[in-house]
Design a protein around this ligand. Structure first.
Ligand SMILES: Nc1nc2c(c(=O)[nH]1)N[C@H]1C(S)=C(S)[C@@H](COP(=O)(O)O)O[C@H]1N2
Ligand SMILES: [Mo]
Length: 239
């Protein structure tokens, strides 16, 4: 089999396996998007080749992998773990607004206006436990495309409203198709202890990066501070 055919076969297989791979490809396609020079191949064929090439790059080219997806019936509620930045009993849920790049502030209606995505993946804590969980929300990549002026930035910084907990993400992991801004867990609205009104799920990273109760999102070229990296853990905390 030619390398191209082999890649196409693998790409088809990942469509079958992933379930959300079509959308994943689209997200990757858009993300890599503008930097690609266009080639001298006619219209529809060219787009297909380009999409395949970009899919291949997304899945195999730069270390990007899909985290395993599980049947919804495998989903369980993880224990509440880590309450840094969410231990304020008087938090004003109704008055919550999301700061983006320190400027505009968005509401949950803005987040819900983005395509709603379901993903059943495992959250893995560095303490040694893991749990399969059904997450529902918007892709951070869709969010960035609509609300983020800085999709070409190198990093994303996400911080709780009181700034006590904060994570830094490399852009590739942030724009990964399974990285979601979640407002539901296991088919129910997010509870306060699990990060209401909005939390991150990022199954290509350890639990520490899955920040609960997001207050602000910033796109930046400077590597953001990270709560657990400041405590000596690996900044990337990748799986
Ligand atoms: N705001 C905030 N988010 C956080 C933490 C935290 O202490 N504060 N702990 C992290 C860790 S270590 C884990 S394992 C997951 C646990 O998510 P859960 O409580 O929904 O199971 O949340 C992550 N997000
Ligand atoms: Mo954790």
């Amino acid at each position: 089999m030619s390398p191209q055919a082999e890649m196409a076969r693998k790409t088809r297989r990942s469509f079958l396996v992933g379930g959300l791979a079509a959308a994943a490809g689209y997200a990757g396609y858009r993300w890599i998007g503008d930097s690609e020079p266009s080639m001298g191949t006619p219209g529809p064929l060219r787009s297909t080749l380009e999409v395949n090439e970009k899919l291949a790059r997304v899945y195999y080219g730069s270390g990007r992998r899909m985290a395993p997806e599980f049947p919804v019936s495998d989903a369980r509620m993880p224990k509440v773990n880590g309450v840094v930045g969410i231990d304020d009993d008087n938090f004003d849920f109704a008055g919550w607004k999301l700061m983006v790049d320190g400027k505009s502030s968005l509401t949950m209606a803005d987040i819900r206006s983005l395509p709603r995505v379901d993903s059943v993946t495992e959250i893995k804590c560095i303490e040694g436990w893991s749990e399969v969980c059904h997450w529902t929300g918007a892709r951070l990549s869709d969010f960035a495309a609509k609300f983020g002026p800085g999709v070409n930035a190198k990093y994303v910084s996400i911080v709780t409203p009181n700034q006590d907990y904060f994570v830094g993400l490399d852009m590739e992991s942030a724009m990964h198709p399974q990285t979601l801004l979640c407002y539901e867990m296991n088919g129910a609205p997010l509870t306060g202890a699990h990060g209401a009104p909005l939390r991150l799920t990022i199954p290509v990273k350890y639990g520490i990066k899955n920040i609960k109760r997001i207050g602000s999102i910033q796109f930046t070229d400077k590597r953001p501070e990270d709560y657990w990296a400041n405590e000596g853990y690996d900044w990337y905390a990748g799986l």
